[in-house]
Design a protein around this ligand. Structure first.
Ligand SMILES: Nc1ncnc2c1ncn2[C@@H]1O[C@H](COP(=O)(O)OP(=O)(O)O)[C@@H](O)[C@H]1O
Ligand SMILES: [Mg+2]
Length: 319
């Protein structure tokens, strides 16, 4: 038995991505990425458009081939193991194309036939995806949310151990997004499925996933559990404020305690990151008072993954 096998088996690693690279002409879409996904874990690949998320998941799905590096799924590479891997992976692509002139039930039966599944399983999926009333509707007439639920249902048909979802809720309204999240939460409770989900919605990553990998320009820029990621930032509260008054040459370093402030002079608004709100906020307010400035607004909130992404890259996850 080779040592990789016994090590991975012990640690329950189901997906092992090692030093993977993929370029398109001069674009490094995925640039030396390594990551490990454990059994039962829900992992988010969170990054803006063009970060390399689709290229990375498609390599894990065996749809694209890495230029360099290695991908092991339950200790198997794609080449030579296609049949086994297709049995244990369920996936939905960023853009799912169905046959518009098939009904929901016909579409599910078609996919079920690839896996030799019974009609009982098709019924279970219709219920899970909340498509009971749409079973006889043409797929071409479904709403965006219903189509995405159908795509998720298809991904789940053969009870995959590994689920790979590329932007499952992009473009959906909040209610339709919630419906998808609820289906995934049911799955999470069973702890039998490992999932990689790509998204540029931080709320989605926070709500669904145990472990978050921030990705930008093909590279992992930070990763960890949500709490550790945000506490690692050490600033766990963010205060946003707008000031009025004589704002010329305003010097925040005159505040009695050193604060992490970013100031946008053109819009008279600023952002304050606080570690100890009880101690630091009064000093800030005292400074505003002393300078005879007016606080037009002040909003305090938890630091988010978006703040973290912004502080690492200078850009937002999505505009
Ligand atoms: N088939 C392709 N040909 C050329 N460039 C591509 C191709 N696929 C992706 N890219 C480029 O690779 C980068 C990563 O793309 P992608 O993996 O789709 O990112 P994401 O899914 O995070 O939006 C982008 O700059 C994109 O334009
Ligand atoms: Mg993509």
């Amino acid at each position: 038995m080779n040592t990789n096998f016994s090590n991975n088996f012990k640690k329950n690693i189901v997906i092992d991505v090692r030093d993977v690279c993929k370029s398109f002409k001069q674009v490094k879409a995925v640039d030396d990425v390594s990551m490990k996904i454990h059994r039962g874990e829900f992992v988010a690949l969170l990054g803006p458009n063009g970060a390399g998320k689709t290229t990375l998941v498609e390599m894990i799905e065996g749809i694209q081939k890495p230029d360099a590096g290695q991908i092991l799924i339950k200790n198997r590479e794609w080449t030579g193991n296609e049949k086994v891997l297709h049995q244990i992976i369920g996936l939905s692509l960023q853009e799912t194309r169905f046959i518009d002139k098939l009904t929901v039930i016909e579409t599910l039966r078609l996919f079920a036939s690839f896996y030799d599944l019974t009609s009982d399983r098709v019924e279970e999926i219709i219920e899970l995806a909340g498509l009971e009333e749409k079973r006889k509707s043409y797929v071409g007439n479904l709403s965006g949310g219903q189509k995405q639920r159908l795509a998720l249902g298809i991904a789940l048909l053969n009870k995959p151990e590994i689920l790979l979802l590329d932007e499952p809720t992009t473009g959906l309204d909040p209610t339709a997004r919630r419906d998808i999240w609820n289906i995934l939460m049911l799955l999470k409770e069973e702890r039998a499925t490992s999932m990689i989900l790509t998204t540029h919605y931080m709320e989605e990553a926070e709500f669904l996933c145990d472990y978050i990998i921030l990705i930008d320009h093909g590279r992992i820029i930070r990763e960890g559990d949500l709490d550790k990621l945000l506490n690692g930032e050490s600033h766990n509260k963010t205060v946003e404020f707008i000031l009025q008054g004589n704002l010329q040459n305003i010097d925040f370093s005159q505040i009695d305690v050193p604060l992490d402030i970013s100031w946008d002079e053109n819009n008279s608004r600023g952002k304050l990151k606080l570690e100890n709100i009880e101690k630091e906020l009064p000093k800030f307010l005292e400074f505003i008072n002393r300078k005879n400035l007016i606080l037009q607004s002040l909003e305090c909130r938890k630091t988010t993954l978006n703040d973290l992404f912004l502080s690492l890259t200078g850009r937002r996850l999505h505009e």
